[in-house]
Design a binder for this molecule. Structure first.
Ligand code: BGC
Length: 249
């Protein structure tokens, strides 16, 4: 039974979410657990919060593999950036830190890459050839590139420049909330972001994830692009599902 199940933890700039995942169907089993990301998101506090979500999930069988997704560039287990978390993560041996702190092996990956894997294996990008670009619109903007279903890790489209800053500060869902933008006003910003991506990469499909993808009807129809653009099937659970899926080899 454990073969078909794994736990996914998705650490975001705002919340830490976890669930048990059915790997055959790419679906959550039981309830998702969520707690706020600790203020400042320093390593020790994030580890405590991850312990707490795992405790609440109450899965003690160590044969159930565990995947952890994190909102930073992840190279060979090290976090190499920190846009919405503490700078302490830059150049930090994060995978080892979580493994030591949790007392078990984990698979550790970027959060948007995890979401991209979930959508490629079980969602909107399933059986899609060519270049699929998934973007997550949340606290920041994450991206995942999949070519013929194979992930090209650690793309960071949220850090394309806009007026001298990362474009995520202007176009992420958090900007809509912070500035109380209408769907229309926010969609104009997304238009500029996605047009630029379309021009740079000529993708075959764009998938939009993050919690706001549940409101896709409010803003996707407002975009004028040549590339098909779809909401992520797994919405905000994609990071959890992808992290779980990547933990299972
Ligand atoms: C980070 C990415 C992450 C994205 C979404 C960005 O600020 O640089 O690594 O995927 O936020 O969480």
């Amino acid at each position: 039974m454990t073969k078909q199940q794994a736990v996914g933890v998705d650490i975001g700039g705002t919340g830490i979410k976890a669930a048990l995942v059915d790997l055959e169907h790419g679906a959550l089993i039981g309830d998702r657990v969520r707690i706020d990301t600790p203020r400042g998101a320093k390593p020790a506090d994030v580890l405590t919060a991850v312990r707490e979500v795992l405790h609440r999930l109450d899965i003690t069988d160590q044969r159930v593999s565990l995947g952890v997704a994190f909102p930073a560039i992840v190279r060979h287990g090290r976090t190499m950036s920190a846009a919405n978390v503490s700078d302490d993560w830059i150049g930090f041996e994060a995978e080892k830190f979580f493994e030591d702190g949790l007392g078990r092996d984990i698979a550790f990956t970027n959060d948007a890459d995890a979401a991209g894997i979930a959508e490629a294996r079980y969602g909107a990008a399933r059986d899609r050839n060519g270049l699929v670009i998934l973007t997550t619109l949340g606290t920041g903007i994450g991206s995942a590139f999949l070519y013929d279903g194979v992930l090209v890790p650690n793309t960071e489209l949220g850090h394309l420049q806009h007026n001298g800053h990362s474009i995520e500060r202007w176009a992420a869902y958090s900007a809509k909330e912070r500035e109380d933008l209408s769907w229309d006003a926010w969609a104009q910003r997304l238009q500029s972001f996605y047009s630029h991506i379309e021009f740079l990469f000529s993708p075959d499909l764009i998938v939009v994830g993050g919690g706001v993808s549940k409101h896709a009807k409010e803003f996707l129809p407002l975009l004028a692009l040549d590339t098909p653009i779809l909401a992520a099937v797994h919405r905000n659970a994609a990071g959890i599902i992808g992290a779980a899926s990547l933990s299972h080899r």
